[in-house]
Design a protein around this ligand. Structure first.
Ligand SMILES: O=C[C@H](O)COP(=O)(O)O
Length: 254
């Protein structure tokens, strides 16, 4: 089964109401390949989710950037999976390296969150990736496998999961992984899924790349056989996000 190209735009902690309206207007006006070719999901901060959901073109979808690990309640400052479902938000990003590093989210915690979000009917963009130190120490695959394992141990439904491989050293640094570096990790991750989940999960799960993707480098990355799309940060706030969406045609040989 072919893996549909997936382009996520992670707006992180950016934007005012006016800026958000402008980004949505740009996306709504854009000519992009059809939904059968590329799945587009944008992820604004929580407070803008209703605005984006109600104004964004219907062929693009919306993701939250995080959610709580279990049912809501006395957890000040958190947003529950149930609330996202209630708002009709289909996707959530979990385990982003900024949350792992800045908020101390462990592999197990991200695994628990993923399992809970899936159990409530959300689809999950699960992020993994190594730091520069870990890469230089030669432990990239050990790190990425451990992060993926903590998820795999807790879930069985991979149909609603996209894995985002985001090397920490490439995030927001302008230092993109080379197409060969991205392909190498994606291919190893797919082998890991084959050995530890099932051949079907390995063949069908989308593994997308994130880390300084822009309009200039996306086509070469998209051409790699195991790169099934992107999770874009900075460039998702700019009109070049449209060019990144269009790189999906590379897979179609167009
Ligand atoms: O979630 C997106 C990644 O953190 C990449 O961010 P970036 O494109 O700004 O490097």
């Amino acid at each position: 089964m072919a893996r549909k190209f997936f382009v996520g735009g992670n707006w992180k902690c950016n934007g005012t109401t006016e800026e958000v309206k402008k980004i949505v207007a740009t996306l709504n006006d854009a000519q992009v390949p059809p939904q059968e070719v590329v799945e587009v999901v944008v992820s604004p901060p929580f407070v803008f989710l209703p605005l984006v959901k109600s104004t964004l073109r219907p062929d693009f979808h919306v993701a939250a950037q995080n959610c709580w690990v279990k049912k809501g309640g006395a957890f000040t400052g958190e947003v529950s999976a149930e609330m996202l479902v209630n708002l009709g938000i289909p996707w959530v990003i979990l385990g982003h390296s900024e949350r792992r590093q800045l908020m101390g989210e462990s592999n197990e915690f991200v695994g628990d969150k993923t399992a809970y979000a899936l159990s409530k009917g959300l689809k999950v963009i699960a992020c993994v990736g190594e730091t520069l130190e870990q890469r230089e120490a030669g432990s990239t695959m050990d790190v990425v496998a451990a992060q993926t394992k903590a998820i795999a141990e807790r879930i069985s439904n991979w149909a609603d999961v996209v894995i985002a491989y985001e090397p920490v050293w490439a995030i927001g640094t302008g230092k993109v992984a080379t197409p060969a570096q991205a392909q190498e990790v994606h291919c190893e991750l797919r082998k890991w899924l084959h050995a530890n989940t099932s051949p079907e999960v390995a063949a069908t799960t989308r593994i997308i790349y994130g880390g300084s993707v822009n309009g200039g480098n996306c086509k070469e990355l998209a051409a790699q056989p195991d790169v099934d799309g992107f999770l874009v940060g900075g460039a998702s706030l700019k009109p070049e996000f449209i060019d990144i969406i269009k790189s999906a045609v590379v897979k179609k040989g167009a």
